[in-house]
Design a binder for this molecule. Structure first.
Ligand SMILES: [Zn+2]
Length: 194
């Protein structure tokens, strides 16, 4: 009866999903930009802050010091995020709450906080993984993945921290016809400020 399935990181019976990794950037950048926006709005003056539009349009977010080596990455991420982002793992489909996320905003890299996808590019693929028809410009990079015999896939990773995000397939909806099939645990979400 002891089923020692060698698949993913166990925890099948664990009722609590791992919390999203507390990204340093989420805390620094997310909070600060929200604060700056609120302060600017309240004060009604431009001040020294850059226009929010610049940040929103930029493909990537803040680039503070990234973990320098594997041990630091392991310490910085949840075990599941580490397994996916740094070891090119795949999360079990249907396990990410971000698959159901429908608000406006930006999907970010759970590794470094960079913005990767605008919520307007998200669609329901029915796969159980958050899916998008296009990334923000320059936000992701692609590689050939031949890890499955006789099957060539296109791997997708963050352009900033190189963390593995998922794969892209040519069976997506218009306008691009692409399906960026992402591991939700590799993503964060920043709702658009009201
Ligand atoms: Zn990243």
């Amino acid at each position: 009866m002891a089923s020692a399935t060698p698949t993913s990181g166990g925890g099948e019976g664990a009722p609590t999903p791992p919390p999203p990794p507390p990204s340093l950037f989420d805390r620094l950048f997310g909070r600060r930009s929200a604060l700056a926006g609120a302060a600017a709005a309240a004060a009604g003056v431009g001040g020294a802050a850059t226009p929010g539009r610049a940040a929103a349009a930029a493909a990537s977010g803040p680039k503070g010091p990234l973990p320098a080596n594997d041990a630091e990455w392991k310490a910085a991420l949840t075990p599941e995020a580490y397994r996916v982002l740094r070891k090119a793992g795949t999360e079990r489909p249907g396990t990410s709450p971000l698959d159901k996320e429908k608000r406006a905003g930006a999907f970010t890299c759970a590794g470094c906080g960079s913005s990767l996808f605008d919520a307007s590019a998200k669609f329901n693929s029915g796969t159980g993984w958050p899916s998008f028809f296009q990334p923000l410009p320059g936000a992701v990079e692609e590689d050939v993945d031949r890890s499955i015999p006789f099957m060539t896939r296109t791997e997708v990773h963050c352009a900033v921290c190189k963390g593995h995000l998922g794969h892209v397939f040519p069976d997506g909806p218009r306008p691009t016809g692409l399906r960026y099939c992402m591991n939700g645990v590799a993503l964060g979400f920043e709702p658009k400020a009201a």
